[in-house]
Design a protein around this ligand. Structure first.
Ligand SMILES: Nc1ncnc2c1ncn2[C@@H]1O[C@H](COP(=O)(O)OP(=O)(O)OP(=O)(O)O)[C@@H](O)[C@H]1O
Length: 255
């Protein structure tokens, strides 16, 4: 049984600074699954994710739960979709706990203090990303990886049915990359729909669906074990990688 997707993007063209960046693409990330978006530098992955998050204007339509994006009240929409952007630099002076608490804003009444439920959600998220121990430290004093785990906690604390992440593994060491996959798997098992832009092909090949981009277009969408997915990856990376199966995993090696 396939349920209707939460998010549907039908884009004719997206321009940045007058330059066409994305061209004629459709995407509807499958419900309660993890979709990984991959492709070479400049392919348009971040731009696509920002379009999916309603952060960029474009010629086309974006629907959330079958309703046009701009017909949603902003707060209600913010409870539906959590966003982890690339190189986020705001709120450096705030303590890690307060940064993660920002994820609860869509749940809070105007100027109301955080509720017990907000505190519980933030503690859960910070423990999940193993950032609880430095909750009192300002973001500016954390290492790149520590900071990334706090920002991930902020996105998780929203507890939204949709989670969009742009290069979430930036600065994370291999064990924390594995932890991230585990967190994503848990969220998906709980009913969440996850879309992530990834440069780490070996992690992307563990997703439920792989979206391959090149030159502002989606050139392929498929399962990580499909031969067609491997062929598309090899094409967009100019045959400079080989894809092997090791146990039940697929891995990509630089050629
Ligand atoms: N404001 C802008 N004006 C014009 N072109 C832009 C602007 N921002 C981005 N671009 C271009 O859009 C294209 C897509 O950028 P995008 O960041 O989406 O690619 P990406 O696939 O995420 O790349 P990377 O893997 O390097 O992060 C790039 O060629 C980039 O130079």
């Amino acid at each position: 049984m396939s349920a209707a997707p939460l998010l549907t993007l039908d884009l004719r063209e997206l321009r940045l600074g007058g330059t066409p960046i994305l061209h004629a693409l459709q995407i509807a990330p499958p419900l309660r699954a993890w979709t990984a978006v991959v492709g070479p530098n400049g392919a348009g992955k971040s731009t696509l994710l920002r379009a999916l998050a309603g952060l960029l204007p474009f010629d086309g339509t974006l629907q959330l739960q079958g309703r046009a994006w701009d017909q949603w009240p902003a707060r209600e929409r913010a409870r539906q979709l959590a966003w982890l952007g690339q190189n986020e630099t705001s709120a450096d002076e705030l303590a890690a706990l307060d940064v993660a608490m920002l994820g609860r804003l869509p749940h809070q009444a105007w100027l109301a203090p955080a509720s017990a439920a907000d505190h519980a959600a933030v503690e859960r998220a910070m423990r999940q990303t193993q950032s609880w121990d430095w909750r009192a430290r300002p973001l500016a004093q954390l290492s790149g990886g520590e900071r990334q785990r706090v920002l991930l906690a902020r996105a998780l604390a929203v507890e939204s049915p949709l989670l969009l992440m742009d290069e979430p593994l930036a600065h994370l060491d291999p064990p924390h990359q594995s932890d991230w996959v585990h967190i994503v798997r848990q969220r998906v098992a709980d009913g969440c729909t996850v879309v992530s832009v990834l440069h780490e092909l070996n992690i992307a090949l563990q997703a439920d669906r792989v979206v391959v981009m090149d030159a502002g277009r989606i050139v392929h969408q498929g399962a990580p074990h499909d031969t067609a997915t491997h062929t598309a990856l090899q094409q967009v990376f100019q045959q400079r990688l080989s894809i092997f199966q090791i146990g039940d995993r697929w891995v990509a090696l630089n050629a």
